[in-house]
Each structure stands twice: as structure tokens, then as C-alpha cells.
Design a protein around this ligand. Structure first.
Ligand SMILES: [Zn+2]
Length: 171
């Protein structure tokens, strides 16, 4: 007899939407994804990312203030072996370091300037919308204030926002 949908637990339904492969390979999410490529899931009335749920189901609660990051850099991967809890800062720094090494030195407040390119604005918007980081924390990473981050997020056009942010450094 095949079991009907309603008999399945939320956990079982979750894993049905993960393409499980070999234990060491990536297990992509088969459901909806965010623009940034993360799996989206509604789990026990919570709308979150698929890899967070994969982590919770296999390793337990995520410590407060921590995000679940991928060791494999595959954003929709739900293989618990590729997931680990890290601070938001650690996660973003890792992400950006890997993606654009040359650029990396320009981040943050080290040179006292706010360098926000159009691309970074898009990144800020996207990251913020994914919901796992506060405007304040994002701001610290980019060397911007919380209000600047929110202005970017609540977007006027990217370029316009970008210019605004740049002009602020002149103060
Ligand atoms: Zn993976």
C-alpha cells in the first residue's frame, strides 16, 4: 500500500523535496528558490531556507544569532554534511572572500570609506531579503549605517542608491 500524503510527517515531506545523492555529494533542493539561489521552505508555519531546516532536522537547533552556512558553496544544497552553523559575519565574509577575492579588501570600514557599487547594492538587497541577517549586521560588514542599509533595501533604483551611499562618505 502506498501511504497518502497526509500520513507523512513534515520531516518526510521536507526530505522528499531534496534530491539526495551520495553521502558526500551535494543534495539540491527541488522546491522553490530565492533569487539568490537558496531553497525556500514553509516549515511548521515558518518560512525559511531549506538548508536551515536540513540542519535543524539532522543536527538540532541553530544557536541564536547563528546562520547555517555551506561548506560546499552550493546555496540550495541540503546535505547536512555540507552544513555548519556560523556567525553571520563569518558566513558573509567567507562568501565574499571566495567570490571576489580582489575586491575583498574594500569591504568594511578599514579605509574609512563607504564603497558601495551597484553590484554590492544588489547583494545587500538580496541578502537582506533572505531574512537571516539584520540591517545592522549587514551595515557593519559594508561599513555602512543601519539606515543606509535600509535605504538600499527599500530601494530607489540601485544606481541611485549607490550614488547616495558614495556621497555619504564625503561627510
Ligand atoms: Zn553541498
Amino acid at each position: 500500500m502506498t501511504r497518502t500524503y497526509s500520513y507523512k510527517t513534515v520531516e518526510q515531506r521536507f526530505w522528499k523535496r531534496v534530491k539526495k545523492g551520495l553521502s558526500f555529494s551535494c543534495w539540491p533542493w527541488l522546491g522553490t528558490k530565492t533569487k539568490g539561489g537558496y531553497g525556500v521552505v514553509n516549515f511548521k508555519r515558518e518560512r525559511t531556507t531549506a538548508h536551515r531546516i536540513a540542519y535543524k532536522l539532522t543536527k538540532g537547533e541553530i544557536p541564536k544569532g547563528y546562520v547555517v552556512m555551506h561548506n560546499c558553496d552550493t546555496r540550495d544544497c541540503c546535505n547536512p554534511r555540507h552544513l555548519r552553523a556560523a556567525t553571520q559575519r563569518e558566513n558573509l565574509e567567507d562568501m565574499w572572500k571566495k567570490r571576489r577575492q580582489g575586491d575583498y579588501r574594500n569591504f568594511g570600514t578599514a579605509n574609512g570609506r563607504c564603497k558601495v557599487t551597484t553590484e554590492q547594492c544588489a547583494e545587500i538587497q538580496q541578502t537582506y531579503k533572505e531574512g537571516w541577517i539584520t540591517a545592522e549586521a549587514l551595515g557593519k560588514l559594508f561599513g555602512l549605517g543601519q539606515s543606509q542599509i535600509l535605504r538600499i533595501v527599500n530601494g530607489e533604483s540601485r544606481v541611485k542608491v549607490s550614488r547616495k551611499s558614495l556621497s555619504l562618505k564625503q561627510r
